[in-house]
Design a binder for this molecule. Structure first.
Ligand SMILES: Cc1ncc(COP(=O)(O)O)c(C=O)c1O
Length: 510
């Protein structure tokens, strides 16, 4: 797509932190271009000699996803029990592919923005998927989204600045923000994600509600398969949110590691003659890449004309968290400043990890990469459906409907959320009088957590993910929350774990 008619991003220097503004560019970075010139007498940088690198060869084996159509891949997964017959063997000794990152480059300093062939692949991928609509958007490779967020906090925030979060949030994000002494203000969520009216109300009435608290510079959202709530922000709300961010000059951090784990809608099983009927058909409705893309939600990148959206991308949930590889997508000005921070912290992401990921991506090609996501979608759909079917079955069998609410079925990601109606617990009133409003939820949350642990079941506590409002108590004292995941659990453990859950709830409430 030509970018000739597009506008450039706005400058957001006025929102940068003092730390960021005082940090310059690393002078040595500007000399790297000479290193690649064989005519050059390069005595200027402390690079170890190639002949002393210990590794000679890297090879990897992966499924060959190049030649299958979408329907074939689905048949392979659904009918052949996931046994692919073809593998790709990547052997990176010499330049097997022009796009391969040679070992001598992977192990050396340099290319701290990301290796050029990987950047090229990812840029095409982002363009094909989200089609950013301003000219100077860019990519910066990093060590995944946890690091990506930490780096962005440093670029934008001074201590006592304010960031808007959803009222439940990934716990590491909360911890990273608190460690930098940045204030958080929660915005309500419902089963369709962030509640726009609450955002608008808080921004409009900031002084009345929050007094002297700094006006927010940043907002952080997990739009698909929210961690921990499991919900997905509906597309219909995005434009209004973006307009509010423009009006109040706020930068958006879109942390979206579950984007490619989007699934078809889940249908709750129906009950006939005391038997559950699974209404979910094996997903079978995708005919082409375009059809697949059309079924996915939109990124804020696709409506961002200003360059105020920074998207955190991560390979953790697609290729494995140990790759420690991810990247930022955003305006060049902002990413240049993050890059300066990388120079004094991360330096560059692991060259070996980039070599592997780049080698695989370029062997698969853009279509093969989409085929991989298709595979994830089918497998995650099966896992989610099994989990929720089992949950509803046990709730019914133990007759605990009255005490348990299940959040809207996830349309993406790996998390589901359960609410316990603790106000129906026989000890609730006594504990409320004894402990007061502040402590009653924590008491019951702890009680259930410990009972589950004794029975060898782990569900995460909702309070680990709760964003406290600095000026107003927003706690709902009638419920406690529990987060579960179906990602890496066998069907037997899932079914048994949910049976334990239902048994304990039954014992406690009845
Ligand atoms: C919302 C969210 N962001 C980031 C991460 C971590 O990503 P990474 O492994 O890329 O640091 C997680 C992992 O659970 C997550 O749920």
């Amino acid at each position: 797509m030509t970018t000739d008619n597009l506008n450039s991003a706005l400058s957001f220097k006025h929102l940068f932190s003092k730390e960021c503004l005082s940090r310059g560019e690393s002078p040595i970075k500007t000399t790297m271009k000479y290193f690649l010139d064989p005519e050059f007498h390069f005595l200027g940088a402390g690079m170890p000699p190639l002949e002393l690198f210990a590794f000679q060869n890297f090879s990897f084996k992966s499924l060959d996803l190049r030649k299958y159509t979408f329907n074939e891949i689905q048949d392979l997964i659904l009918n052949k029990n996931d046994k692919f017959e073809d593998y790709i063997n990547g052997d990176i000794i010499e330049d097997e592919l022009d796009s391969d990152i040679l070992i001598e480059r992977a192990l050396q300093y340099g290319n701290s923005r990301g290796h050029p062939s990987l950047l090229k692949f990812l840029k095409t991928h982002i363009n094909n998927t989200f089609k950013p609509i301003y000219k100077d958007w860019d990519i910066l490779v990093n060590n995944g989204s946890t690091y990506g967020l930490e780096s962005l906090l440093r670029i934008f925030c001074n201590p006592q600045d304010t960031i808007l979060l959803e009222d439940l949030c990934y716990s590491s994000t909360i911890e990273a923000i608190e460690a930098q002494r940045i204030n958080t203000v929660p915005i309500k969520m419902d089963s369709e994600g962030l509640v726009v009216e609450d955002l608008e109300y808080k921004l409009k009435n900031w002084e009345t509600l929050y007094g002297d608290l700094q006006k927010p510079k940043l907002m952080y959202l997990i739009p698909n398969g929210h961690n921990p709530k499991g919900v997905t922000l509906c597309d219909g709300r995005k434009l209004k949110i973006y307009q509010l961010l423009r009006e109040y000059d706020i930068i958006l951090i879109e942390d979206d590691p579950y984007f490619w784990l989007q699934m078809p809608q889940y249908k709750k099983p129906s009950l006939k003659d005391n038997q559950f009927i699974d209404e979910n058909k094996p997903e079978n409705d995708i005919n082409s890449n375009q059809d697949f893309l059309n079924k996915l939600s939109h990124s804020f990148l696709s409506i961002d004309t200003d360059g105020r959206v920074i998207r955190l991308e991560s390979f953790s949930k697609y290729f494995g968290p140990g790759t420690r590889l991810g990247y930022l997508v955003g305006s060049k000005e902002i990413l240049d400043n993050v890059w300066n921070y990388h120079e004094v912290s991360l330096q560059a992401s692991s060259g070996i990890s980039q070599l592997m990921v780049n080698g695989l991506l370029n062997r698969w090609g853009q279509n093969g990469y989409l085929n991989w996501f298709k595979r994830l979608r089918v497998v995650y759909t099966q896992k989610r459906n099994f989990c929720l079917n089992s949950l509803y079955k046990h709730i019914q069998q133990f007759n605990i409907n009255e005490y348990v609410q299940v959040e809207e079925a996830p349309k993406a990601g790996m998390f589901f959320m359960i609410y316990l109606n603790i106000n129906k617990h026989p000890d609730y009133n006594q504990k409320l009088t004894e402990l007061g409003k502040e402590k009653v939820v924590a008491y019951f949350e702890n009680l259930f957590f410990e009972k589950f642990i004794q029975a060898k079941l782990l569900l995460a506590k909702g309070s680990w993910f709760t964003v406290n409002d600095p000026c107003h108590s927003v706690i709902d004292i009638s419920k406690c929350m529990l987060r579960g995941t179906y990602a890496a659990v066998t069907p037997e453990k899932m079914d048994n774990g949910l049976k334990i859950f239902a048994e304990i709830v039954n014992q406690e409430f009845n």
